[in-house]
Structures are given as C-alpha cells and as structure tokens.
Design a protein around this ligand. Structure first.
Ligand code: GLA
Length: 395
C-alpha cells in the first residue's frame, strides 16, 4: 500500500477520455473535471453519528464527472446528465427539483442542488457526463463518491467556494433530506480526505481529520457478498436505538460513555438498546486501540481488532448477515489472514480483510472460490489501495 502507485497518471487518462466523450456528446469542451473516490471503513462502525471516531481509507475506485455550464439551455433552467456506464440519460429543470424518484441515480445530484440553493447558492444550468468504477450498493460508498465529485463541480459552478467540511455536510444533507437515509458524515469525509498509502482518522465531535500511515506488510482485500443493503430502514432503526440509549443515559452522545460506564448502567436499558450501545462504545475503544497498534506497526493486533469489530456487529449491532459472517469465517482459515469484518452500514455489502502482502493474491482466489462454492455467488475479492481524496480540475 505504498505511495508508489501511479494514481495521478491513471486519473489523468480516465479524465482525458471523459473530456473527449463529453465533447462528442455535447459538442463543446467541458470546463470542469472532478474525481472522488469510494471508501472502506476499517474500524469504527456506526460511530460517526454518535460523535465517535473512525479509521477509514479512500480507495483507488472513484466517480468521475466532466461538466460545463449550458447558457443555451431552454430558459436557462434545464440540466442534462449522462451516465456512461449505465447508458442512461436524465434531464431535469432547476425549478422542479422536488420530484425525487425512488431509487434513481440522479437524486444524488438533484438533492445536492437543493442543498446548494437552501444555502443561498444559485446553480446555473449545466451538462454533465458521469462515470465511475466504485461497485454499486456494495458498501464502498459509490453514492458518496458521486456526491463529492458533483459537489466539487457545483461548488465551482455556483461560485460557493465551500470548505471541505461544508462540502461533506452538503452531501450528508442530500442523503438525509432528499434520499431519506439518515447517514453520518463518514463516507463524504473519507472521499474528500484520503491520502495515498494512508488511513484517515476522523473525529466526529471535533471534525478534525488526520492521515495515518499504513505500516508496510499488509493490504486490504474487499469481497462483495452481493447481498444488497438498504440504508434507509434498518440503518435508521439502529440510529434510533442509539438515540434511546443517549436519552436514558443522560449524555450528549455515546462518545461520552466508556465501556465500564455502560456496564454499570446496563440494567437501565432494554437489552436490544444495550447491545446497540455496547457495539458503538466498543468500536470507539477499538479505534483508539487500533491507532496505537498502527503507531507500533503491529498489524497482528490491528487485525484482531477488526475481527473483534465484526463479532460485535454480528452479535450486538446485528448489522451483519450470514453471507458476510461466512466470508469472515472463510478468511480465518486462509494463510495471510490478519483480520476481517463487515465494512460500512451493514446488512450486506462487503467484508474487508487485512491480509499479509505475500498472500494477498492467493487469499483473494481462495476466498472467492470458497464463497462461490457455498453460495453460488461471485464475490470478486479485490486488493484495494489507499488513494488520494477528491480533486477538481479546470479544463
Ligand atoms: C454508512 C453511513 C456512514 C456510517 C456507516 C457506518 O456508510 O453512510 O455515515 O454511519 O454506514 O459506520
């Protein structure tokens, strides 16, 4: 996971191609190009909206957008979008954004424009070409990648000049208000603040972010269970359970409770609410332990924390699923295994594994084969590299 990977060149190639395709479709050059990566959550599950801490990485898979204002649009109100991968076109009016069509990819763009408008920034009519290689609905935050890539464009088109935190919050507001998923800020911050070869440590109370070097000797492998997760129902329920714990414990957030304090108040909480809180409080402690392990270059200890995190997801937070549990179990039997867990919101999506570098290729092959044999599902395990965060270029 060294910075030797040549991301810049790769980005340039993909964006150059996107600019050419933009010209072919819209008959003029794009003025703005952007790229924003997906993310892997490494430790600190469901801690972001509890004012906790998280270790994540931005990955070498990203959403990319080429865009230009369209002064000739019908009465200056029509935006045109084209998604290259899905071969799908969308056209909408800037004065008719309240028609969120359930499940439609353009919601992530319309919802952002609504938020820019609410903050007093006027987005002009524009055309955009969208593409990306973040697997969809897999727990790698393809939606946050699209949001942050588009936010960079909208920020420039509307001349808002937001800070990175304001941009992350606009993406979160789009999810919360337009999409209806009451998610935290982790995905947006990870997409913006990644650094090649480094983890991202985020504190969701102070909103401070630091990059933490990944010790050499291990890589992250992600495998897609292909179980689709839905972050609008069960995610919101988990959030409500955390809020109930906060109310009963009389604290500002679960960040304020230590594992020992929670144990003392166990009797005051319903069992389900106690177990949800136990997960969050335990995760915040594991992030602190994980940071110490990284600082000592102790990948074995770090891997164990990842597996402990999964066990807590499985039994306390109940946001795993049998297929992801199976992936973790298969991983444990393979050479090179250091740790594995569910990553992201949960209820499906991906498992992330920490694997000793020399075994990474054989680990991917063996994990994919065993999961396929047992479930009939191709999980395409892949080695993911920690990459730089989102960027905007004026073409
Ligand atoms: C999803 C949400 C994030 C975070 C994770 C769980 O990815 O979008 O805000 O809550 O789940 O840690």
């Amino acid at each position: 996971m060294g910075p030797e990977m040549k991301f810049d060149r790769q980005q340039d190639d993909a964006l150059t191609e996107l600019a050419v395709l933009f010209g072919q479709r819209y008959g003029r050059k794009p003025t703005l190009l952007s790229r924003a990566p997906g993310r892997l959550e490494i430790l600190g599950n469901h801690t972001d909206y509890n004012e906790g801490t998280v270790l994540s990485v931005a990955i070498d898979r990203a959403a990319r957008i080429a865009a230009a204002p369209n002064p000739d649009a019908k009465d200056g109100m029509v935006c045109r979008l084209y998604d290259i991968k899905g071969h799908s076109t969308r056209e909408f009016r800037l004065d008719d954004l309240d028609n969120c069509r359930r499940g439609d990819w353009s919601n992530y763009i319309k919802g952002l424009i609504v938020e820019f408008n609410l903050q007093g920034f006027k987005v002009p009519a524009f055309d955009a070409l969208v593409t990306g290689d973040v697997p969809l609905s897999a727990g790698m935050s393809s939606s946050a990648a699209l949001e942050m890539s588009m936010t960079l464009i909208l920020d420039r088109l509307s001349d808002a000049r937001l800070t990175w935190l304001e941009m992350a919050k606009i993406g979160q507001a789009c999810e919360n208000n337009y999409i209806g998923a009451h998610t935290g800020l982790l995905d947006q911050i990870s997409s913006l603040k990644g650094k090649a070869g480094q983890l991202i440590y985020s504190d969701f109370r102070s909103f401070s972010v630091a990059n933490v070097p990944m010790p050499s000797g291990a890589v992250f492998v992600a495998a897609n269970s292909k179980i689709k997760h839905n972050l609008t129902n069960e995610y919101n329920e988990r959030r409500e359970a955390c809020e109930e714990a906060v109310r009963i414990l009389g604290v500002k957030a679960l960040r304020d409770v230590s594992p020992e304090q929670l144990e003392q108040r166990k009797g005051d909480l319903r069992d389900m609410v106690y177990r949800r809180a136990c997960h969050v409080v335990g995760e915040i402690a594991r992030v602190a332990d994980g940071q110490a392990a990284l600082a000592n270059g102790d990948l074995t200890a770090f891997g164990k924390l990842m597996t402990a995190s999964h066990e807590s997801s499985r039994s306390n937070f109940e946001n795993s699923c049998p297929e992801i549990d199976m992936m973790v179990e298969i991983g444990r039997t393979l050479p090179g295994f250091l740790g594995a867990r569910i990553s992201g919101g949960g209820f499906g999506g991906i498992s992330v594994h920490l694997v000793q570098t020399p075994f990474a290729e054989s680990y991917c092959a063996a994990l994919g084969k065993a999961y396929l044999q047992r479930t009939g599902i191709d999980s395409s395990p892949m080695i993911l590299t920690a990459a730089d965060g989102a960027a905007l270029w004026e073409a």
